[in-house]
Design a protein around this ligand. Structure first.
Ligand SMILES: [Zn+2]
Length: 370
């Protein structure tokens, strides 16, 4: 069957992608948004399990408090009890709008932007987005990858800045300008040496450098690209750090495609290892490439550079998992993505990292899945 032009266009251009948008939430009432949360949490409006004792029944509903009293254990609960949104202060409409807005950003959402959209403080938006990311990170399918898997490491967080004067001018004209500038400095009694790039600030920046190590499983068909993504945040792309992550997350005997980095030389023992030399080509004639891993880094880097403008190592794991989710769900409609976020929040209990953030002003250090 010949494929039509419309099949090849970007998924975000299809009308089916826009099944549940920000606009739809804006047209819903607070009551409708509330019942949307109830159905996402319990799967029903009247008969479901008590979060305390697990008894499935039609519990006693107190509509003025929007709470149920369990028929078995007599405990009160609401549709956010035992989820990351427990003790929420925002109305359900703002929460649902926030989630819908969060999923609609192909490259992620800035907290500052979300604060203007939802009319909340920046810190509120920051903690809310953090809880959404944490829920996504905790709901990742941890089954090891198999088939064809691409691996690569990308550097984030600690990029040293170059000095004020360029050390290697690209043209003779610039070289003359630099020479002039240095002579002028010398005339003013200033040392004519260019500022060294490894200043104290840059040494500190380099300490913050982390490697986002990505593992992407191919779908098996050329059109679909990668379908599952795992990530791990490391401090260096060395065999000692990389091998345990690979062995824990990729089934032995799988085909692994990497670049020519030294960290991967031990892979031959348990895997079918194929290498593409990036100094020569992006893809070998046999189709060995890392384009799916590069696609992931492209999205993550666009978030870090263009949306967040900066990020710190302690926030990086959840951001990296968020972008892995955005890559894997890139061809799912907005409604499905919103439902997935709601389900992830309902299934993973209270937030481990962000609960009490307002009171203690400190992020809880809980390691993300490996
Ligand atoms: Zn109960």
């Amino acid at each position: 069957m010949t494929s039509t032009r419309s099949e090849h266009k970007n998924f975000l251009m299809h009308a089916k992608c826009r099944d549940f948008t920000n606009f739809d939430v804006a047209n819903m009432s607070e009551e409708e948004c509330y019942w949307h949360f109830v159905e996402a949490r319990f799967g029903s409006r009247d008969t479901f399990a008590c979060p305390g004792c697990g008894t499935i029944a039609t519990h006693y509903y107190r509509s003025n408090r929007r709470q149920w009293r369990c028929r078995h254990c007599d405990k009160d609960f609401s549709c956010t009890t035992g989820t990351a949104l427990q003790d929420r202060k925002l109305p359900f409409k703002k929460l649902l709008f926030g989630i819908s807005y969060f999923v609609s950003g192909a490259k992620g959402i800035a907290s500052l932007h979300m604060s203007r959209v939802l009319d909340v403080q920046v810190k509120t938006a920051f903690v809310f987005a953090g809880k959404l990311r944490e829920a996504l990170a905790r709901s990742v399918d941890q089954t090891p990858l198999s088939g064809t898997v691409e691996l690569d490491g990308g550097h984030f967080c600690g990029r040293p800045r170059s000095g004020r004067i360029r050390k290697k001018p690209s043209t003779t004209a610039i070289a003359a300008l630099v020479k002039d500038a240095l002579n002028k400095q010398a005339g003013n009694g200033i040392s004519p040496k260019p500022r060294p790039s490894m200043t104290r600030a840059n040494i500190k920046r380099r300490k913050n450098r982390r490697i986002v190590f990505v593992l992407r499983q191919h779908s098996g068909t050329h059109e679909r690209g990668a379908v599952r993504t795992m990530i791990s945040v490391l401090t260096a792309e060395t065999a000692d750090q990389v091998m345990p992550v690979i062995e824990g997350n990729v089934v032995k005997g799988s085909k692994i495609m990497t670049d020519e980095c030294n960290a991967y030389t031990r892979l031959n023992a348990n895997y079918e290892h194929e290498v593409v030399n990036h100094q020569i080509e992006y893809s070998t004639i046999d189709g060995v490439n890392e384009n799916q891993a590069e696609s992931y880094f492209s999205r993550l880097r666009r978030y870090v550079v263009g949306i967040a403008h900066n990020t710190r190592p302690k926030y990086l794991p959840d951001i990296a998992w968020e972008m892995a989710w955005r890559e894997d769900y890139r061809r799912n409609p907005e409604g499905e993505k919103t439902a997935h976020v709601l389900k992830s929040m309902a299934a993973n209990g209270r937030s481990l990292k962000w609960r009490g953030y307002w009171q203690r002003a400190k992020l809880q250090t809980v390691s993300a899945p490996a």
